[in-house]
Design a protein around this ligand. Sequence first.
Ligand SMILES: [Zn+2]
Length: 272
Amino acid sequence: MALASTAVSAFEREHPEVAVLLRAALKQGEKVNLITTGWRSWFVDDIFLGGPTLLANRHLIVGTDERLLLIHMSRQGLKPEGYLHEVPRSSIMGSLMLPLLSIFTSGGTLRFLGVPFTGRRALEFEPDPDKTTSGQPRPLCPACFEPQLEGVAQCSRCETAFKTPLAAGVRSLLIPGWGDAWLDSRIVGAITLLFTMFLWLNVVAFLQAAAATGPGQADVVGKMVTGFLMATAAAHTLSGLVSAARARHGLRAKSGRLPATAPRSATEPPQG
Ligand SMILES: [Zn+2]
């Protein structure tokens, strides 16, 4: 399970924190061909909930002989954060349009958009004529790295509890942005909260105005109160839906961020 090649060793020296996680996530005998970051954009990743840009944004892409590991990384620096996916090699062959939108074909090999030029060659997968394409990217348990179904509440293997879409949605329905912050999208959460507070302040202000106005203006002020109340309700609902959608992308442990070491490594001989 040693990380192969000198390029990987160099990466390990520069980013020991990721390397520890990677060693734990790799299967016995799995050979690493490439480690690279894709096109890293906080904006695209957060605003589009990570879904359409699975391969490109804020993910460390680790190409092995049997799959791609996609590890969600921090906005700055290379720190493992939140969740990871794997793309089985079997699902890469021929999956040119769906679900891997970042892959296109060129001269019989598959390439990735957003990967630094130096990394592209190593990410080329030779098509396997003997195997049919099946499967799609799947989330891994952030504690034991067992593949799971998207949106499950608990790991089927190590029973780690996950942050569910329902729990994230309810949080944001009550306090818009809370669910996003809970899912580590703190800036989006803060913006959402500020915007909703602005709407609530308007509701309160117009209610106070309604109490102080004479009969001639009451109609107009009443309409403003109703309008801002409806906008506020819409903000709560929308934030709830957005947070639920965000939680559906990747599995995050309730107990915190990705572990530095995983239970799996405890059952295996120590690394040299
Ligand atoms: Zn697990």
